[in-house]
Design a binder for this molecule. Sequence first.
Ligand SMILES: [Zn+2]
Length: 173
Amino acid sequence: MGVDFSFMPIEKRVQYVKDMVLALSNELQSEVLNEVTWKPWSAAQPHVNSQLMFRELVDCWHFLMNLMWATTAGPTSPEQLAQLLYEEYHAKHRVNVRRQETDYDGSGKCHACTRSLDDVGVDQRASRGPDVGEPSGGMVFVCGACGAHLNTEKVLGPEIIATHDSHRVTSTD
Ligand SMILES: [Zn+2]
């Protein structure tokens, strides 16, 4: 929407993301919050200005869409972006349901980048050998986000390996 991220230098893209995060945070704190009686010390009757708050949330959505455009290759219209959001949301929702069913305790994380492995997936690659603490041959499991070798006994449950393809997170970098 007006900004072509594919030609934007990475430094400018990072700055753009920071600007949008700041704008979104400010919109939530200054505008959305002011449409409810949130101050505990206020003597005003508790109320929610529903219609006005929704308009402020639309402004939030504008900044959130900008953030998504800055990180997503492909969607060119708000409708396409909404469709992608819909698909990613439901994929993540399935992950959350499975976490609840399996008493997720947050331990299934990559030791290197700390991302949850059931979010970013697990890949396989050839071992780089004992010099870097990997087996002397064969394939090893690696973090789908940063590629770090994973100690499968410690961090991987069978459900992560079995299901990671269904909710792979793609990167445009
Ligand atoms: Zn990682």
